[in-house]
Ligand binder design. Structure first.
Ligand code: F6R
Length: 606
């Protein structure tokens, strides 16, 4: 949700800001804008739409020429996407960019209007800019501290004061912000990919720390002007990780990265073919002590949690409640001291997931976060963290992050089952070894991409379609369906196959394709019966199943046979073909695969 960048150094500031913003467009692409000091004044350029619109505009009208500035890519919350609502906001004295939401902006705005201020945009951000102007007394630090004491909500702010043309100021609360440290140049960004071309070293700003970023150095203070000496972090990502590397889209690249991402994620958590989470501080004694396990997340991450629920309950025999974070937090859940809350999040910044985790913490539960982005808010606030090592996921539609989340769910399930005596050491070793071998099987399933491309060609004219499955296949079909609808814009639902007859089957016509996922041997016969029911009513059926399952001729119109793995692990094998079907459907429909409309990668608003 919105990307913030900043630069101070010898390079052409506009070029750096545009380049950095191009790496953050996944955070929103409703508008883009920059503000640069040009001969002592703040020059702003901004417009609605993609960053490319801004670049075109500046090519025609001339770009700001300077060495110090801030930039923004927007996911609209307050006010529609428009030139006026685009960031930066402010006036000639103070100009800002903002990621987050100011909850009490209305009161502040009303107050400032009585003080003679007028507003041009509908944004909450403009009120912060004008409040900074209102309190400005020649001392930026004091001014920022006064404003922080008044605003409520979440923010990552990049701030320029006209009187200080050699520096930018930055502060955050509940929205991420890092300060990149280079040689004689320094940066500001919402996320590491924006700066990785220039430097790997960065500071993670903590809540309400204020950074002063100048060409020759960065200083960080608390709101009382006490200087804070922080540890420098080093990004271990490959520079190419934030590039497409020859693939047409990030999504395709990220689908292909899955075998490696899984290997990199599970290897450090396996010792002699047994799960080992000691580095994360998770002991067997602790894992077997929980009465209930809650898994809470949003979207794709929640679907990874659904797989986790099936697997943990099946082999560890502990009740697992999976919940959508935005539901969990408002349903007064029964959770307490003897419970474990697992939250799953790629970004580690999802507002609802974070709030649900805080609730669980307050209720006395232990919180364990499975997170991809190091140092993110959820990772910092959880009692324990397991980092997935997928590297940066740029495509808005999540693929490799899902796969690694699922791989951790398996390892945890094995560890819990072994800890509470439901698996013997031999059985646990056997499962873990199978998981170690799964990257090669995923590789084989990605090799089915031509078939997936063909299947996509059979779906592109549908207005609506259905995914069905049972058990683990139902959990998986939820993810297949979400992936398809979010990037192809074809309406799609997933249904527990056995539930069809209770209403949904009335939707089935020749115009409604059905994708049936049937990788679970003990349930396949039942799912086949459901396939027959929809086929009898005219649906075109695509069956996704294990190559070892015997399927009689004519059961489905199209069959995609997956490479074999133990049926417990089949979700990891079937996920890639489902992602590829969604990917090619989107490509064939001419959509912007990596940046589907109305979406943003990191959802920091509830
Ligand atoms: C869909 C997708 C989203 C995210 C969800 C949670 O492809 O990516 O559904 O899974 O917004 O995001 P994180 O994992 O960052 O908490």
């Amino acid at each position: 949700m919105c990307g913030v960048v900043g630069y101070v150094g010898d390079r052409d500031c506009t070029d750096v800001l545009v380049d950095a913003l191009s790496k953050l467009e996944y955070r929103g692409y409703d508008s883009a804008g920059i503000a640069v000091f040009e001969h002592g004044t703040i020059k702003v350029d901004k417009c609605k739409g993609r960053l490319s619109n801004l670049v075109e505009k500046m090519a025609e009208e001339g770009k700001p020429d300077g060495h110090c500035g801030i930039g923004h890519t927007r996911w609209a919350t307050h006010g529609e996407p428009s030139d006026i609502n685009s960031h930066p906001h402010g006036n000639k004295r103070v100009t800002i960019v903002h990621n987050g939401i100011i909850e009490n902006y209305k009161q502040i705005k009303d107050f400032l209007i009585t003080e003679g201020y007028s507003f041009v945009s509908e944004t909450d951000t403009e009120t912060v800019a004008k409040l900074l102007d209102y309190y400005y007394n020649g001392d930026p630090m004091e001014t920022i501290a006064r404003v922080l004491a008044e605003i409520k909500g979440s923010y990552a702010l990049g701030i320029m004061f006209r009187d200080f043309p050699d520096r930018i100021f930055a502060v955050r609360k509940d929205s991420p912000l890092i300060v990149g440290v280079g040689e004689n140049e320094n940066f500001l960004a919402s996320d590491v990919p924006a700066i990785i071309h220039y430097t790997r070293d960065y500071y993670l700003l903590e809540q309400n720390e204020i950074a002063i970023v100048k060409k020759d150095g960065v200083r960080i203070y608390d709101v009382h002007k006490n200087e804070i000496h922080k540890e420098l972090n080093t990004a271990d990502w490959d520079v190419d990780a934030a590039e497409k590397g020859g693939y047409e889209h990030f999504m395709l690249k990220e689908i292909h990265e899955q075998p490696t991402s899984v290997k990199t994620t599970i290897t450090p958590r396996i010792a002699e073919h047994m799960p080992d989470f000691t580095a994360e501080g998770l002991t067997k004694e602790e894992l077997k002590s929980y009465k209930n396990i809650f898994i809470v997340a949003c979207g794709t991450a929640m679907h990874a949690g659904m797989v986790g629920k099936y697997v943990i309950e099946k082999i560890a025999r502990i009740p697992v409640i999976v919940d959508i974070a935005s539901e969990f937090r408002y349903r007064d859940p029964i959770i307490g001291e003897n419970d474990l809350m697992i939250v799953i999040s790629q970004s580690g910044e999802t507002a609802d997931t974070k709030a649900a985790m805080e609730m669980a913490k307050n209720a006395g539960a232990t919180t364990l976060a499975i997170v991809n982005v190091k140092g993110s808010s959820i990772a910092r606030e959880a009692d324990k963290v397991i980092y997935t090592h997928a590297g940066p996921e740029i495509s808005v539609a999540s693929t490799k992050a899902y796969m690694v989340q699922v791989s951790i769910m398996y390892l945890l399930a094995f560890e819990i089952a072994y800890a509470n005596g439901k698996l013997t050491k031999e059985q646990c070793e056997e499962y873990t070894t199978m998981l170690e071998e799964i990257p090669e099987v995923i590789e084989e399933s990605i090799a089915l991409k031509e078939k997936c491309q063909f299947l996509a060609s059979r779906l592109i004219n549908a207005d609506s379609l259905l995914y069905i499955g049972r058990g683990l296949d139902y959990a998986l079909s939820m993810e297949g369906s979400l992936k398809l609808k979010e990037i192809s814009y074809i309406h799609s639902e997933s249904y527990a196959a056995g539930e069809l007859k209770h209403g949904t089957i009335s939707l089935i016509t020749e115009q409604m394709p059905v994708i049936a996922v049937a990788t679970q041997h003990d349930l396949v016969e039942k799912t086949i019966s459901n396939i027959k029911e929809v086929k009898a009513r005219g649906a075109m059926v695509i069956l996704v199943c294990d190559q070892d399952v015997d399927i009689e001729d004519g059961v489905a119109d199209e069959i995609i046979k997956l490479p074999h793995a133990d049926q417990l692990l089949m979700p990891m094998v079937a996920a890639a073909p489902l992602q590829l079907i969604a990917y090619y459907t989107s490509v064939l429909r001419g959509n912007d695969v990596d940046k589907p409309r109305n979406l943003a990668k990191s959802v920091t608003v509830e």
